[in-house]
Design a protein. Structure first.
Length: 84
């Protein structure tokens, strides 16, 4: 479920999340936090299977839109999340 803020409150929340180390997406709709382990993990068959299982679980829970952007993404897509 998405939380809706008025523009001033949204700007305040985004600033606070950035100060806490978050990376705000280009569209200012998502905030990402990165751990060093993300950069050291190889994309493998395990990651591919993990992504498929997570998407299937979210779809079964009637929340397919929430499956967008889950951790198990191919390297190119994963890297795009950090371009600000």
């Amino acid at each position: 479920r998405r939380v809706r803020f008025d523009p001033l409150e949204k700007a305040r929340v985004l600033r606070a999340l950035q100060q806490a180390g978050g990376i705000v997406s280009r569209d200012r709709q998502k905030v990402y936090f990165v751990g060093i382990i993300d950069a050291l993990t190889q994309h493998s068959l395990r990651w591919i299977l993990q992504g498929q299982v997570l998407r299937a679980l979210y779809t079964c829970a009637c929340r397919p839109a929430d499956a967008d952007g889950i951790t198990a993404l191919p390297p190119a897509q994963y890297g795009e999340r950090f371009i600000a």
